[in-house]
Each structure stands twice: as structure tokens, then as C-alpha cells.
Design a protein around this ligand. Structure first.
Ligand code: GRF
Length: 189
């Protein structure tokens, strides 16, 4: 299975997937990292790993369709089977959703449908709920709304700070996301 990973920032999930591929735990090839933020740290990580990087911002294009058509051109050229959103901070539009129907996955740091949106960890922490977690789901036209593939709970402990909770959630993300991608790779065979 050939995958493209989309990231906008730090890229720790990208790193976890790339490490799992290198360790033979995920039977996939990372065709490229796509980044919509030319200064994102994810790009440095990809360069170190010798993974091809494609980066451009939507600003260069007339509209979202033109932006996504350019992305699609690269996905087609590289015969990508699965698009993996790993901290890609944009809503996916109809162009990509149609071309890659049921072949775009996202990771979100909460137990969806609770706490969708940009601040899933903080929102759960501030709500004072006893547990939150991590969700991997198929992407549809909504924000963090597609069919759920896998979820794992993370308890919010009485002495947790937002930072300590974030650390534990990211640890779960870095284990769960490669596992799910491996399951999808098995199915894709
Ligand atoms: C992760 O918490 C992910 O769940 C969310 O954005 C964050 C990306 O972190 N969608 P990183 O860039 O992978 O370090």
C-alpha cells in the first residue's frame, strides 16, 4: 500500500508512522509528505528520513478546488492508495473527498463525537470529564465527523495538567495510528 501523509505542524504522528514503516511494523510505502505550511517542523523530519516532501500553501491558488486538484495530481502521479491526515489543519474539500472516497483517514485527540475541532485535548481537560482519548476515523465533509475506525480511552487523572494529559494522549496516538494503518494495509492486499 502506498500512502501520503498530510501534516501542518510538528509532525510527531508523521514521525511515528515513518518509524513504524522503517521498523517493518507497517507494511506501507510513504510516497510523500504533503505540507500546507512551508515552515512546519514536519518537513525537517521528512528530510532527515529521506522522505519526499511536497509543500505549497492554498494562497497560491484561486480557490480550494484548484489547490486540491494540484494535490490530487501528485497523489495520482505517485499512485497513492491512502491519504493519512496527521495534524493537517484544513477541512478536506469535495475534490479530494470524491477522488479518495473512504480512503482518507484522520487522527483526532479526543473520544469523538465528544470534543471535535482544533482543541480536542484542552476542551476535554477544561470540561472536567474523567476520561478522553484518541480516535482514528474516515474523513467526510464534516469536521472530525466520519465513521470511526478505532478509539482508545485515556483517563484524566486528578493531578493531570494540560501538558501531562497531552503527553499521554500523544503517546497513545503514536501507537494507535501506525496500528490502524497496518490494519488498512492488510485489507488493501
Ligand atoms: C495530534 O494531536 C492530532 O491528533 C491532531 O493534531 C495533532 C498533530 O500533532 N489532529 P503532530 O503534528 O502529529 O505532532
Amino acid at each position: 500500500m502506498r500512502i501520503a501523509i498530510f501534516a501542518s505542524g510538528n509532525g510527531s504522528n508523521f514521525q511515528a508512522i515513518a518509524d513504524a514503516v522503517a521498523a517493518g511494523k507497517v507494511d506501507a510505502t510513504i510516497a510523500f509528505l504533503f505540507c500546507d505550511k512551508p515552515k512546519a517542523f514536519a518537513i525537517e523530519r521528512a528530510k532527515k528520513l529521506n522522505i519526499p516532501v511536497i509543500t505549497f500553501t492554498p494562497k497560491r491558488f484561486e480557490d480550494r478546488m484548484a489547490y486540491e486538484n494540484e494535490i490530487l495530481k501528485h497523489l495520482d502521479e505517485e499512485a497513492v492508495d491512502l491519504v493519512v491526515l496527521a495534524g493537517y489543519m484544513r477541512i478536506v474539500g469535495p475534490t479530494l473527498l470524491t477522488a479518495y472516497a473512504n480512503r482518507i483517514v484522520n487522527i483526532h485527540p479526543s473520544l469523538l463525537p465528544s470534543f471535535p475541532g482544533r482543541h480536542g485535548i484542552q476542551d476535554a481537560f477544561e470540561a472536567g470529564v474523567p476520561e478522553t482519548g484518541v480516535t482514528v476515523h474516515l474523513v467526510d465533509e464534516g469536521v472530525d465527523t466520519g465513521p470511526i475506525i478505532a478509539q482508545e480511552k485515556v483517563a484524566i487523572l486528578p493531578d493531570d495538567t494540560l501538558e501531562s494529559l497531552e503527553t499521554r494522549i500523544h503517546q497513545v496516538e503514536h501507537r494507535l495510528f501506525p496500528q490502524v494503518i497496518q490494519q488498512l494495509a492488510e485489507k488493501n492486499k
